[in-house]
Design a binder for this molecule. Sequence first.
Ligand code: ZN
Ligand code: ZN
Length: 151
Amino acid sequence: MSRKLSDHVILADKRACQHTGRKLTEKRQRILTLLLKAGCPLSAYELTHAYNKVNKPAIMAMSVYRILEFLESIQLVHRLQSANKYVACSSLLTCQHHPFSMFVICQSCQQVEEIPVAENLVHQLTSTIENTGFLMTDTQLEITGICRRCQ
Ligand SMILES: [Zn+2]
Ligand SMILES: [Zn+2]
């Protein structure tokens, strides 16, 4: 990571303000920081464990779920459906605009890459699927593969 962790949290805080009119609470910041530090997907259970190792008072898994739900709603984190784990949004590391993204997951080391996808490609995909009469309820794209390091 080239920039400091705190810079990403500041950016996340700004985004939270834009979306909700409020800053991130300390607990939300801590959970986000843990995810940024991890640099890989973590489950809510793993996050609870990591949180309680360094913070007092201890947090309950239920609260972690609620925090993750909130962070996900303003796209600061993403839930990978295939793994049921969470990653910090990569646009926190680059710019403020959140594009439509695709997640490429390494089947060997579980490392995840969030890649922006062109909007017309998304439209094309959506209409192709809807032409079959299938009603899409979620458009998150997750692709499994083997990363450069594991090849
Ligand atoms: Zn993102
Ligand atoms: Zn890998």
